[in-house]
Design a binder for this molecule. Structure first.
Ligand code: WTA
Length: 634
């Protein structure tokens, strides 16, 4: 692959070219794709509005670049290898030609049910190949997909459907997860009671469980594709037409719909995939993320398939039927590149090396990490026991908003360093600014991580609310995109991500706004006020600690706490359930009424010694009261 960097000096050379002359650099990378019309200019932008356009006026279809572009050479090669939840069930191998046919056929079915360019389609599905087919089918006809993680509640699902006014929902009867079967069609039925825009629901049969099919609204997937042609012509899209919306949490209560567009996202996800993982045609690549998250979008579906890769998709969980499942799959399918999250590594680390020992893991060449800072201990365990000391660990830092990997080693090409995401990929210009927005140059500095120049896969807006996009990302530090992360640049110039500096917590690699969890807690009728903070958690990275003021009349603490947990599960989903709930008589507030989270964070992490200055508090006595009853950290 001509776009693949192969040596350290090659990296240095490419990086400097990408900074000195971004237009020529990206134009060369973009030339390896199929465009219906070439661009008039490579990038036009400002970070004030913001207004970002890549490959201006170019026309393309991303599904054509995945399917038609590869058919001639890779038609009979596996595009997707699917491993089911139950190891006893047969897996599936889908070649590029079969994928082409499935995508065309399903996109024809969607069209027959009234979906066209620009319409929003919600995908709420298990990890089965049809979920990828659904995404690509949307892309093929120009519909905008929004994948919602199938662990979210009915309420979260209906909020998202309403926000983007989706007219179709794609789902399945149920979802196998370990030894559980989750009735996801029921959740869709519940969500649609308060989401009237969704007129059609296409239901894939996966578990075979009984479901209610509503006449005129619900259609079985197998019926929908019956008689549909297995070919069609892809819709011609503008480079800046919307490709998808993906909802993610921020520091306010309402998740925002991050918008990605066609051309730039295509170029960058493919380029970053090929480079970070050093993928070669014929390798088997496996990313364990769920397609409901950006990692699943960019590095299970789009990036790998654009690169003509074989991407493995796993339906189940790491510990089912036993904690050796990941390693079993790696050996079974001779996986070459393996990409997972620190939380999964730490969860498996708890079982020791015994579950790994029966496996050879000799096909592995590269192992990757994403989603949260990886602690040194987990890094070494991963490197020594999974990578057997011979696979570079690519610790890839990026975000839903960045669309693709931003700071990461290039496997085997640039150096690695435990707990460091190391160096930016070509085209990425990170800067560190202090709290006044002053750029900190040189090495051995620490501050807020910003990016000072656009890159092709960056977000363009937040759906339906451009001002929110400007406020959140482009107003804190003038002239920069602000990531929300703290970072340090060490004496060698390597970047180490220190975690979020805003009110976002990262639980098992899932982003959660503290305000979002507070809103859910406050839905409980007995709750008067709440404050949520993150605290260090051995496996999840961060746990959720909630301080809640309640009307206790006639209630036991224990019952209330359980009810509050259930309320959060119902409103957001089980991933947002607080690990610890402390009923408190009050919250530490400033005279202007702002909750002093700094204090609550300290208490949650068990650090009671020095509370810092509490003299500006309205009610300093409450701090002692909270401390007295604080729950011990895990
Ligand atoms: C965090 C996931 C440290 C970070 C792709 C970021 C990381 C947030 C890393 C985005 C990493 C992601 N090292 N922190 N390698 N990767 N993060 O949108 O705080 O789900 O801002 O995207 O995860 O989470 P998101």
């Amino acid at each position: 692959m001509s776009n693949k960097i192969q040596t350290l000096s090659g990296y240095i050379h490419e990086y400097s070219k990408s900074i000195q002359d971004p237009e020529n650099f990206w134009s060369r990378i973009a030339d390896s794709f199929h465009w219906q019309r070439r661009w008039d200019s490579v990038v036009e932008w400002n970070f004030e509005e913001p207004n970002i356009n890549w490959f201006v006026n170019a026309k393309l279809n991303i599904s054509e670049n995945i399917l038609e572009r590869h058919l001639f050479i890779l038609g009979d090669k596996p595009a997707i290898i699917w491993e089911p939840n139950d190891p006893g069930e047969a897996g599936r191998i889908i070649t590029y030609r079969e994928l082409y046919e499935m995508v065309c056929q399903f996109s024809n079915a969607m069209k027959a049910h009234g979906i066209g360019k620009g319409d929003r389609v919600i995908i709420y599905m298990p990890m089965v190949p049809e979920a990828a087919v659904a995404m690509l089918a949307c892309a093929r006809i120009g519909a905008v997909h929004s994948v919602v993680f199938a662990g979210f509640s009915a309420q979260s699902l209906s909020d998202r459907i309403n926000d983007c006014q989706a007219t179709m929902v794609l789902t399945s009867d149920g979802n196998f997860r370990g030894n559980k079967t989750i009735p996801i069609k029921e959740i869709v039925d519940e969500a649609l009671k308060s989401a009237p825009s969704a007129e059609k629901v296409i239901v894939l049969q996966r578990t075979g469980q009984r479901v209610d099919m509503q006449d005129g609204r619900d259609i079985w997937w197998h019926d929908a594709i019956t008689g549909m042609a297995k070919e069609n012509k892809a819709e011609i899209m503008d480079s800046e037409d919307m490709l998808f919306i993906l909802y993610t949490s921020g520091s306010t209560g309402k998740p925002k719909g991050v918008v990605h567009t066609c051309g730039g996202y295509m170029v960058y996800t493919c380029y970053s995939f090929q480079n970070a993982f050093q993928y070669s045609i014929g390798d088997v690549y496996w990313c364990t993320a769920d397609i409901g998250w950006i990692t699943g979008h960019s590095y299970i579906v789009y990036g790998p398939l654009l690169a003509g890769a074989t991407t493995l998709m796993f339906e189940g969980v790491p510990t089912y039927p036993d904690p050796g499942r990941f390693w079993n799959i790696c050996d079974k399918h001779r996986v070459n590149q393996f990409y997972t999250a620190p939380t999964a590594i730490r969860a498996l680390q708890v079982f020791g090396t015994e579950p790994i020992e029966p496996y050879r893991l000799d096909s592995l060449k590269v192992i990757g990490s994403v989603g949260e800072p990886i602690n040194e201990e987990a890094w070494h365990w991963y490197h020594d026991h999974v990578g057997k000391g011979k696979c570079p660990v690519v610790d890839t830092w990026w975000q839903t908003e960045t669309g693709g990997i931003m700071i990461s080693p290039i496997a085997g090409v640039t150096p690695t360093k435990p707990a460091y995401a190391t160096l930016p990929l070509p085209g990425i210009q990170p800067v560190i600014v202090d709290n006044n927005g002053k750029e900190l140059t040189g090495n051995t500095v620490e501050g807020n991580l910003c990016i000072k120049f656009p890159w092709p896969s960056m977000l363009r807006t937040t759906y339906g609310d451009h001002e929110r996009c400007r406020q959140t990302y482009f107003s804190s530090f003038k002239g920069y995109y602000f990531t929300g992360d703290g970072v340090k640049r060490d004496e060698d110039g390597y970047y180490r991500i220190l975690g979020r500096v805003d009110d976002v917590i990262n639980v098992s690699g899932h982003r959660m706004g503290t305000a979002e969890v507070e809103n859910a807690i406050n839905e409980h009728p007995k709750v008067i006020e709440s404050a949520v903070v993150g605290y260090p958690h051995e496996i999840k990275g961060q746990g959720i600690y909630a301080y809640v003021i309640c009307d206790m009349e006639g209630r036991s603490e224990e019952n209330l706490i359980n009810e509050i947990r259930e309320t959060v599960t119902k409103i957001i989903g089980p991933i947002a359930k607080p690990d610890k709930i402390q009923i408190v008589p009050g919250l530490p507030k400033t005279r202007s009424g702002k909750i002093m989270r700094r204090i609550l964070r300290k208490i949650a992490s068990g650090d009671m010694a020095n509370m810092g200055d509490t003299s500006t508090l309205l009610n300093p006595a409450v701090v002692e009261q909270i401390k007295e009853k604080a729950l011990t950290p895990s």
